[in-house]
Design a protein around this ligand. Structure first.
Ligand code: ADP
Ligand code: MG
Length: 344
């Protein structure tokens, strides 16, 4: 028989364990930081990287900022301004709510956060290195927040080993940014890598910008073949674009699904789309689409996975059938349209 002793893990280690789930690679850091910026109401987000994010990830926003006396709290686990009760959790509309991202990231990097609210006379900066939190110091900073993450996984060699070449990590970040750019045309997004601007999405409310984003992210051919979808029933709304069957792909690389603005993977919805295309697509080919599903947040659980890549619907069957019908009808109309054209 062996006797064991139970003890509480040191906070930094607990954060590093959480980081194992939330921080897979530089792209996950970018995702968490940009989502925080969006939750803070940013109208513009600047992302700067060095060496594919391995050396530096800097995300700057013009959002509401953080109170100087709360900076230390922001990097503590389970500290969040986004929910306070179970009821809030069940109706959550922000991208974040777990209060885990900043402490996790800070526990596996050299971390600095700078912030200033509109009415603060100046900004404050707080540094964390290997879990050690410094005192905030005054700093010059415009309105909003900047987070700098240097030397990701410097203290977790096992993780560092899994980082890929600069190009590969940059590719993951660009792909993630593409999916965000489709969902948030209202926000200006800029990406720089090793001192060069690599992507720029201008932002704004007008409809032309959304079209522009489609062109910029999915290209001219998709845009030319895109059918606009828009349908509402039973408290569900589906809008977006689907490609006519003539435009299809060898892989699922142009399939974007958002549930209440959150980019997710969902097998049931993917299946519904596949079924809708079943009669009009060659076997082995994949449809291309950008779909936004909106429903009451109480009808969908977003707290399924720490990285929030998946959701669970309360009435999954209803959602499946709604998506299937909406797309099936949209595709049937174009087929009618296409066959009618030669007679005109
Ligand atoms: P969550 O987003 O789940 O609340 P995070 O660890 O990502 O948890 O962030 C902790 C808190 O820090 C947030 O709830 C928010 O109040 C604050 N925060 C983080 N990033 C920003 C930002 N860019 N602008 C304003 N506040 C921020
Ligand atoms: Mg967050």
């Amino acid at each position: 028989m062996t006797e064991t002793r139970i003890r509480l893990l040191p906070e930094t280690l607990a954060n590093q364990i959480a980081a194992g789930e939330v921080v897979e690679r530089p792209a996950s850091v970018v995702k968490e930081l940009v989502e925080n910026a969006l939750d803070a109401g940013a109208g513009r987000v600047d992302i700067d990287l060095e060496e594919g994010g391995a050396r530096l990830i800097r995300v700057r926003d013009d959002g509401g900022g953080i109170a100087p006396e709360e900076l230390a709290l922001a990097v503590q686990r389970h500290a969040t301004s986004k929910i306070a009760t179970l009821d809030d959790l069940e109706a959550v509309a922000t991208l974040g709510f777990r209060g885990e991202a900043l402490p996790s990231i800070a526990s596996v990097s050299r971390f600095r956060i700078l912030s200033k609210r509109a009415h603060d006379p100046h900004g404050h900066a707080l540094e964390v290195e290997g879990g050690r939190v410094d005192k905030p110091v005054p700093v010059a900073h415009g309105e909003g927040t900047t987070v700098e993450v240097r030397d990701l996984f410097f203290n977790v060699p096992a993780r560092k080993k899994f980082m890929r070449a600069e190009r590969t990590e940059l590719g993951h970040i660009e792909e993630w940014l593409r999916s965000l750019a489709l969902a948030r045309p209202d926000v200006e997004l800029r990406l720089g890598h090793n001192g060069k601007a690599t992507r720029r999405y201008r932002g704004g409310q007008d409809a032309l910008i959304a079209d522009d984003r489609l062109l910029q992210t999915l290209g001219e051919e998709f845009t030319r073949n895109a059918l606009a979808v828009g349908h509402e029933a039973a408290g569900l709304a589906l809008r977006g674009w689907i490609a006519q069957p003539a435009y299809n792909r060898p892989s699922a690389d142009q399939q974007y699904l958002y549930v209440n603005g959150r980019s997710v993977r969902d097998r049931s919805i993917a299946h519904a789309v596949k079924m809708a295309y079943a009669d009009v697509l060659f076997h082995g080919r994949q449809p291309a689409y950008v779909l936004f599903l909106e429903l009451d947040p109480r009808r969908v659980d977003v707290n399924v996975h720490p990285a929030k890549h998946e959701v669970r619907f309360r009435d999954a069957r209803l959602v499946h059938d709604f998506v299937y019908r909406t797309l099936k009808d949209a595709l049937a109309q174009t087929r009618a349209g296409v066959t009618a054209t030669p007679n005109m």
